[in-house]
Each structure stands twice: as structure tokens, then as C-alpha cells.
Design a protein around this ligand. Sequence first.
Ligand SMILES: [Zn+2]
Length: 193
Amino acid sequence: MNFINLPQLVDMRGKLESNGSYSKRTKSITHRVWHHSLTKKDLGGSDAASFAGYHVNTLGWPGIGYTFVIEPKNAINTPNGKRARIVYVNDIDRRTYHVGNSNQFSLGICVAGEYRYDTMDDATLASIAELHAALVKDGIGKYDKAHNEMLGYSWKACCQYNYRDAFDWKGSKTPAKPAPAPEVYTIQEGDTL
Ligand SMILES: [Zn+2]
């Protein structure tokens, strides 16, 4: 696993607020889905711990709904330069809630921030690019999508940053591939309507 060796990655699996556990995926991961948190990046609540509290206490989920959270307000000095902290919050094989009907085959990555108003800094762009490159090398997912490119979520203002340009920050951009035709969408647990 390349992603686990990123110097800006912090493993907080099992350490954040939870109420139960997510079940194992019944499908392999094909989609890496990019989110932002809709909370301004410098606010105290713009981090994995706060999102976990919100998902558990307000939404009633078993735990935080993503697999990775990138925290711009927590910059780390690494041998490669300044990087936004990447928090690893759920095992890759857990079907967390973030895209409803597509949860089984989708990995959720949330970049903390409200990118209708916030500007992304280089430390954050670098962390997105390096996490993306590592996941590609690790064979975790085939397609990259924004939340609002997933079936049933075209109304969402997420992710509001150009994730493809972010991947290219260090030349890790992968060619756009057409995703397979979607299945019929049904509302299910984990939808935030
Ligand atoms: Zn989202």
C-alpha cells in the first residue's frame, strides 16, 4: 500500500466518534469520489473529528462517512515540503455513507473547506495529488468523480474545486475514463437529501 506511507497521513481509524460500525463492502471499489465539507477551511470544525461528530450525532450514522479527510488547516512539514494533513478514518473495505446507492463501490475523500468561497493552497493541492497518485498505484478505484457527478447527486454543490487539475499538481493526472452506465437509483441509508 503506497497511500499508508505518505508522510502527511495520520491513521485515526477507530479513534473518532462512532456509534456502531460500517459493514464490509459487497462490491470492489471502482469510484474515487471527491467531496468538500461545505465548512470554511480555517474554522475549528473543519476537520475529521468534527465531521465524525456531525455524522454520528446529527445524521445518526455509524461513523464518519468518508475514508479519507484532507485538512487544510492542519499543515505538516514533510521531507517533500508543507502538506495538508490526510486523515485515514475508515478501512478501505468499509461501505461508508457518502453517495447513497453508490456507497458499495465508492471511496469517499473529503477535502475540508467551502470551495465556493475558499481558495485552495499548495499544501492541500499537493496532498490531493499525492493521495490520488498513491491510490492509483495501489489499484484502489478506477474512476474519479465529484460528488455531484454521481447518480442522483447532480443537485449537490460538491465538490466545487477542479479535482482533475488538483491531481495534475505534480503530474499525477490520469486520463478521464467514461464510467460504466449507472444502475437505477434508489434512495437508501446514507443519502443526505
Ligand atoms: Zn460531497
